[in-house]
Design a binder for this molecule. Structure first.
Ligand SMILES: [Mg+2]
Ligand SMILES: [Zn+2]
Length: 248
């Protein structure tokens, strides 16, 4: 069956938040600083890649190297059952396309996939741009998927300023034969910004929503709202906790 599997990355494909993890491994002080910067941006225009970029600069100033950052990413928790799940599905169903839709960044995701031999898994990785500095090889720059200079995406259902995941999913589908060229879409996610793409999916598509995270709360709230303003979620929802359930 020609189907599309969409993976969020942090806490969905892997068992951690990539941005936080790098600092948790390398520097408690900077992990705290990241948190403070995130909370101080709580103004409706919060933009994760901006605060990560600033804090990665501090990490560089503190003397940490590219190898330190890459090493931290290589030990980020990734469940063997998730690897088994995707590789066995790919083998059973070569018609399945995997894409990654993440608010992490190209370098973090690329490093982790390479470590686990999964570089070729995703047809495309839709995420924030990142690059190592030309002059300072230990300094990483993280940018926004939707540059600050672009018109805002206008989404109001939980996406951050730098990326509307629903728009990104629609754009991918439009560029790959349209929604009807896939019999089914399955989406694995956990975050508040994974709600938007679920609204673009249909009955018969499946959302695998991780228990205990923001997306699960949002969906439960959505289903119990009685104010007549239901967002109109049509996708079938299945809750999961651990990667082995995704394999099932
Ligand atoms: Mg996530
Ligand atoms: Zn959106």
């Amino acid at each position: 069956m020609k189907q599309l599997i969409v993976f969020d990355f942090d806490w969905s494909f892997v068992d951690q938040d990539t941005d936080r993890w790098v600092f948790e491994v390398l520097s408690t002080e900077l992990r705290r600083k990241l948190q403070e910067r995130k909370s101080s941006q709580n103004t409706g225009i919060q933009c994760t890649p901006d605060v990560v970029d600033q804090t990665m600069y501090d990490l560089f100033k503190a003397g940490f190297t590219r190898e330190d950052v890459s090493g931290a990413l290589r030990i980020l928790p990734f469940h063997p059952a998730m690897k088994r799940a995707v590789l066995s599905l790919k083998e059973r169903s070569p018609e399945t396309t995997f894409i990654c839709l993440s608010n992490s960044n190209e370098i973090y995701i690329g490093t982790i996939l390479a470590k686990h031999g999964l570089t070729d898994l995703f047809d495309v990785i839709i995420t924030n741009p990142a690059r190592w500095d030309d002059q300072h090889p230990d300094l990483i720059h993280v940018g926004r998927r939707l540059p600050a200079s672009s018109p805002p995406h206008g989404c109001s259902v939980g996406c951050l300023a730098n990326m509307c995941k629903g728009d990104e999913l629609d754009a991918y589908l439009a560029a790959h034969g349209g929604r009807d060229s896939f019999k089914r879409i399955a989406y694995v996610g956990d975050g508040a910004n994974d709600f938007c793409p679920l609204l673009r999916m249909r009955s018969g598509d499946v959302a695998y929503v991780r228990k205990g995270f923001e997306l699960a709360e949002k969906i439960v709230h959505e289903r119990t709202r009685e104010d007549g303003k239901k967002a109109g979620l049509k996708v079938d929802v299945k809750f999961w906790e651990q990667a082995w359930e995704i394999d099932e």
